[in-house]
Design a protein around this ligand. Structure first.
Ligand code: CTP
Ligand code: CA
Length: 238
């Protein structure tokens, strides 16, 4: 085996990664957003690039610097992220959906700034569901017989109805993706926030083939490297 091919196992592959949190506008100056920092997605982009892949990073709102050496497509809303993702996956080998996609958006965006007024009732925000981008691209791939490897991310806390693994397995089934990387979120051991904006986290990598979930722990870069390694192994096993 050539040393070069071992060091750059993705050198002939195109990897599309979505990262960050979508912003859903209420008016020209306000939006509904979420606490995703984009760190995990950017770590994945770095890792895939270092493995030799051509990387397309579809970036929603980020709180960290963009990586070097990858193609960047900026988006804001879930609908923009959907359009960019559906286009990019056509020519890709791998899609990793690390973005935090808003589940709902305001049913309309005011064209001018919403003003507070004394002569009318306080406004009520009505939300409508955003499309499930991941489930949509999996369905489309299956319908056309595509061969892209599709990886989802999930953040779960577990509750009185089930633990993190229960919810993760159900989500993997529902989305139909090949791998699901599950982040355990919520209160950390010191009472601090466990994942959002933090440099380190703990994940389980679930495979739809039913093999034992893989645990990865450490910095977001270490987790990203473990996810990319799993992808490399899956591609090699095909
Ligand atoms: N996702 C997506 N489109 C959406 C929502 C989520 O593509 N409208 C993707 C995310 O990028 C992630 C995966 O689906 O890869 C799981 O996201 P998550 O929010 O955990 O799943 P939901 O189906 O929205 O379930 P929940 O009710 O737990 O939020
Ligand atoms: Ca969601």
């Amino acid at each position: 085996k050539l040393a070069g091919s071992a060091a750059k196992p993705l050198s002939t592959k195109k990897v599309v990664i979505t990262a960050g949190g979508t912003l859903e506008p209420l008016d020209p100056v306000r939006y509904l957003g979420n606490r995703s920092s984009g760190k995990q997605g950017i770590a994945l982009a770095n890792s895939a690039r270092d493995a030799g892949a051509e990387v397309v990073l579809i970036a929603a709102h980020l709180e960290v610097q963009l990586p070097e050496g990858v193609e960047i497509i900026r988006v804001e809303t879930a609908l923009e992220l959907q359009a960019a993702t559906e286009h990019a996956i056509e020519s890709a080998d791998v899609l990793i959906m690390a973005a935090a996609v808003a589940d709902f958006r305001p049913d309309h965006t005011e064209q001018s700034k919403i003003k507070k007024r004394d002569d009318t009732a306080d406004p009520v925000i009505t939300l409508v569901r955003n499309p499930d981008i991941l489930a949509g691209v999996v369905n489309h791939r299956n319908a056309v017989g595509g061969s892209q490897l599709i990886v989802g991310f999930a953040a779960e806390t577990g509750d009185e109805h089930g633990d993190v693994l229960d919810y993760a397995k159900a989500k993997l089934e529902r989305k139909g993706c090949d791998l699901l990387v599950v982040n355990q979120v919520g209160q950390g051991p010191q009472g601090g926030e466990r994942t959002f904006g933090q440099d380190s986290n703990q994940v389980l990598i679930l495979d739809r083939d039913g093999s034992e979930p893989l645990k990865a722990e450490g910095s977001k870069q270490a987790v990203a490297d473990a996810v990319i390694e799993r992808i490399v192994n899956k591609i090699a096993a095909r």
